[in-house]
Design a protein around this ligand. Structure first.
Ligand code: FAD
Length: 441
């Protein structure tokens, strides 16, 4: 076993893992293949680039996504700190200026004395650990083959879709209004209201619009939280009106009118020069995206900074192959972290980077490692990805359903969630003492 840590992939999980290990005095060699070799979704050479939405999810207490972020904050998370520093208005969510966010993370990694960043594609899993594999859902093909050989299994997969980004200068602000649902947070979302006729016309075009075809061997399997908008339209004419386009809680600020449906746009950057369409992931062809999205009131002349897209997203069968320390049961010292282990979401990926790093650092130092308690968000998510189960393994976001706590019986939802949160943070602070109490507070 080496006395330094090799990390493959400087995405969300790999960047966090590198930082956490380096802060604990361990030397880290971090490999990132961009810009030499691109992925189908990344656009820059920055570490921890956000490939789709610029939102890191709900940031309001009490909620499971907030709790996970708060636990990461207590570990002085590199990624969440960058998110807090470069947040943009987004109501209850923590959305970020994606450029400033990933630039800051890259700078922090580059100037850390314990981290060496090597811009190179890794083709094979190094034979000697400790290694953290954090190459994400778009792991390069050669490394994917190496992983398949090592774990003796085919990957699992599903499809993940990206929503379009629009030039703020090309929006008609006379037809749209700023407001957050139920006035939560400030008026951070720009809303495009649709009447009944406009809504059904849009649904119809989403259904018949030309889509990017799948390759013959690909069978589409979507993650529920990231369904393409046209797939939702195909499920039923009203599905969108009860889903991402639901109008409830969004009255016009002056006329107090309630609309049949509302398309929401969220700030993409601090300057407010770009907006993304919330929940509008799509696999329509680019010309069709232009045509159909321009049917939305206020977006008739929209110009696109980025079109929506769809990608195959791969992950390993973690409960079968990983120990609860996040290394391979068959090859101790080879750790996996991030989306590749079947957590779904940016912050979830970051959290697995943290846990893999803590575990690997303890191994390097020859100290005992205790996994996080199951009443914390970190512990619940870890349990989900590593515990054996009868049903097939599906990628998962953080949610209260994963927590093993008695509070689930409490009827008042807010009270229940508040209890879960305070217990989790108490439990976390005791567990942190077993990790390195004097270092992180
Ligand atoms: C198209 C798409 C859209 C998504 N949209 C969202 C979203 O909107 N919100 C959300 O919460 N989650 C989203 N996800 C899911 C997930 O949260 C992100 O993929 C997240 O970036 C995963 O973090 P990660 O660290 O595991 O992987 P990544 O952030 O992808 O990092 C992996 C890194 O490894 C590098 N790499 C790959 N192979 C090699 C190699 N052989 N050698 C060296 N480096 C390598 C890559 O260049 C990349 O930088 C999306 C995923 C995809 C694929």
């Amino acid at each position: 076993m080496k006395d330094y840590l090799t990390i493959l992939g400087a995405g969300l999980a790999g960047s966090e893992a590198a930082w956490q290990a380096a802060e604990r005095g361990v030397s880290v060699v971090l490999y990132e293949m961009r810009p030499t070799k691109p992925t189908p979704a990344h656009k820059t050479d920055h570490c921890a680039e956000l490939v789709c939405s610029n939102s890191l999810g709900n940031n309001q207490s009490p909620s499971a996504p907030y709790l996970l972020k708060e636990e990461l904050r207590r570990f002085n998370s590199l990624v969440i700190n960058a998110g807090d520093t470069h947040s943009v208005p987004a109501g209850a969510a923590l959305a970020v200026d994606r450029d400033l966010f990933s630039k800051k993370i890259t700078e922090q990694l580059l100037k850390h004395p314990n981290i060496t960043l090597i811009r190179e594609e890794v083709l094979e899993i190094p034979s000697e650990g400790p290694v953290i594999v954090a190459t994400g859902p778009l792991t390069s093909p050669s490394l994917s083959e190496s992983i398949s050989r090592l774990i003796g299994q085919e990957y699992l997969y599903f499809y993940d879709a990206i929503s379009p980004i629009i030039d703020a200068n090309t929006i008609d602000y006379n037809k749209t209004f700023f407001a957050s649902r139920y006035d939560k947070g400030t008026d951070d979302y720009l809303n495009c209201p649709l009447n009944e006729g406009q809504y059904y016309a849009l649904v119809n075009e989403l259904k018949i619009g030309e889509k990017v075809p799948f390759k013959s061997f690909e069978k589409p399997i979507y993650f529920e939280g990231c369904m393409p908008v046209e797939e939702l339209a195909i499920r039923g004419d009203k599905t969108l009106a009860f889903g991402p386009l639901k109008p409830v809680g969004l009255l016009h600020p002056e006329t107090k009118e309630q609309f049949y449906a509302v398309v929401q746009l969220r700030h993409e950057n601090k300057e407010g020069t770009a907006f993304n369409l919330v929940g509008f992931q799509t696999k329509l062809t680019y010309p069709e995206q232009k045509r159909v999205i321009r049917m939305i009131p206020g977006l008739e002349n929209a110009e696109f900074f980025r079109f929506g897209a769809i990608h195959r997203n791969t992950y390993i069968n973690a409960p079968d192959v990983l120990s609860c320390d996040l290394d391979l049961k068959s090859n101790r010292g080879i750790y996996f972290a991030g989306q590749i282990i079947g957590v779904e979401g940016y912050v979830e990926s970051v959290s697995m980077g943290l846990l893999a790093a803590l575990s690997a650092v303890k191994k390097i130092k020859g100290e005992e490692y205790l996994i996080p308690p199951v009443d914390t968000a970190l512990g619940s998510l870890l349990k989900y990805v590593t515990e054996n189960r009868r049903q097939s393994f599906q990628p998962m976001n953080i949610n209260y359903g994963l927590f093993q706590v008695n509070e689930m019986k409490i009827k008042n939802k807010r009270e229940r969630n508040k209890n879960i949160e305070s217990k989790a943070l108490n439990s976390l602070s005791k567990w942190m003492d077993t990790i390195d109490g004097e270092l992180v507070k």
